[in-house]
Design a binder for this molecule. Structure first.
Ligand code: ADP
Ligand code: MG
Length: 376
């Protein structure tokens, strides 16, 4: 197989004419971050947010065209809009991955006033949307999200999970679908994937395992926007509840997501340590700011259950989340212990609520789901 050259791609892309500006997209300078890695191509099309519909068609045309080039295995493109997003220059470390290192800071600065945020919109085909958030990563947000989605399913609801953590999408692995690609339907929408009786979508299904490094600030919102309008959630049947696994933290990307999507409420996951709780408080404040009801706090890795003797130890201290809930006048939804079985089942792609539905842990997740259900 021949090596794909940067110039080859550029020449091909020059044949694509912008639908309204009547000029080819290379000369217009809207192609950003073109990367080639082992026949995998990635790039972003920087567009005006108002052009999203026509540009989405053009993006698909680019993908189809590049896929015809000898040696191209996969094309991952996204629409981005610089406006309003923090420009993030390429990190020095991965600069060599970027054939096209030019970054249009001028444009980004000229347009750096935040855009008026549109009112939140519901997600088509979904009755209730619940965000799961944490102030920092690694506290078990994805583990909790997926087990809650499975718990809703056990309660008789049609449930789905939407992995918006584009920096570390873990839903493909947790769902046992790491090597599965979603189907693109006739209307160019993406069908969610179904496994363990729930449906899921993740940027990880589209990009594969190793491409997280290509994301840059402005690309994030473009990709999210595309995912929000591009997934046919009711492909199998309408959903009663969709869980959003938000990226950790409380920055611009999180805030925009929370503002754009009509949420029934948010659930905060924290470990019992003080440090994690400081971050959890920031997440609570973010939801307060956007008037999203916080449905409660879950304490994860709350205590350790020894797999040998069954003895319980409070290795991170215990009950911190409960105290924070009280202080913030929020409901405490439950404690999940740090247990090998929870990690192991997740690693195996069959989380505990599905693989061991009779276990105490599964029961705890189902009780928490039940409490959430009462509130929405
Ligand atoms: N209650 C738990 N018991 C044991 N391991 C856990 C538990 N919750 C999460 N983990 C493990 O901790 C790691 C981080 O969890 P993850 O859900 O990916 O966190 P986040 O989404 O917040 O980054 C994973 O390896 C996961 O399997
Ligand atoms: Mg995660």
């Amino acid at each position: 197989m021949s090596d794909v050259k940067h110039e080859q791609l550029i020449e091909a892309l020059k044949t694509i004419i912008h639908p309204t500006l009547n000029k080819n997209i290379v000369d217009l300078g809207i192609i950003e971050g073109l990367v080639i890695k082992d026949g995998n191509i990635g790039f972003a099309l920087n567009i005006e947010p108002s052009d999203v519909d026509v540009m989405e068609k053009m993006r698909l045309a680019c993908d189809r065209l590049l896929l015809q080039i000898d040696g191209v295995k996969k094309v991952t493109s996204v629409l981005t809009a610089n406006r309003g997003a923090e420009p993030t220059p390429p990190h020095q470390g991965d600069a060599k991955q970027f054939e096209n290192k030019k970054y249009d800071n001028k444009k980004a600065t000229a347009q750096s006033t935040p855009p008026p945020v549109d009112g939140p919109t519901g997600i088509a085909g979904v009755k209730h949307v619940i965000a799961v958030a944490s102030g920092k990563g690694g506290v078990g947000k994805s583990t909790t999200s997926i087990n809650l989605a499975l718990a809703f399913n056990k309660l008789g609801l049609k449930a789905g999970i939407f992995d918006l953590d584009i920096y570390g999408p873990s839903v493909p692995r947790l769902m046992g679908l790491a090597d599965t690609r979603p189907e693109i339907l006739d209307d160019d929408k993406i069908a969610p994937l179904k496994n363990h009786d729930i449906v899921s979508m993740s940027i990880g299904y589209l990009t594969g395992k190793d491409t997280a490094t290509i994301w840059r600030g402005p690309m994030v919102m473009g990709a999210i926007q595309q995912m929000l309008s591009g997934v046919k959630w009711d492909y199998y049947s309408p959903l009663d509840v969709l869980i959003l696994d938000l990226p950790p933290g409380t920055g611009d990307a999180q805030l925009t997501m929370v503002q754009k999507i009509k949420l029934d409420g948010a659930v905060i996951v924290s470990t019992p340590q003080d440090l994690a709780l400081i971050d959890a408080r920031k997440a609570i404040n973010m939801f307060d700011q956007t008037k999203t009801p916080v449905l409660g706090i879950i304490e994860n890795m709350s205590y350790f259950l020894c797999p040998h003797c069954g003895e319980r130890s409070d290795i991170f201290s215990h009950g911190g989340a409960q105290e924070t809930a009280k202080e913030k006048n929020l409901d405490f939804l439950g404690s999940i212990p740090l247990d090998m079985a929870i990690r192991q089942s997740s690693d195996d792609g069959d989380p505990i609520v599905h693989s061991q539905p009779q276990s105490d842990h599964a029961k705890t997740y189902i009780e928490i789901a039940d409490k959430i259900l009462e509130k929405i």
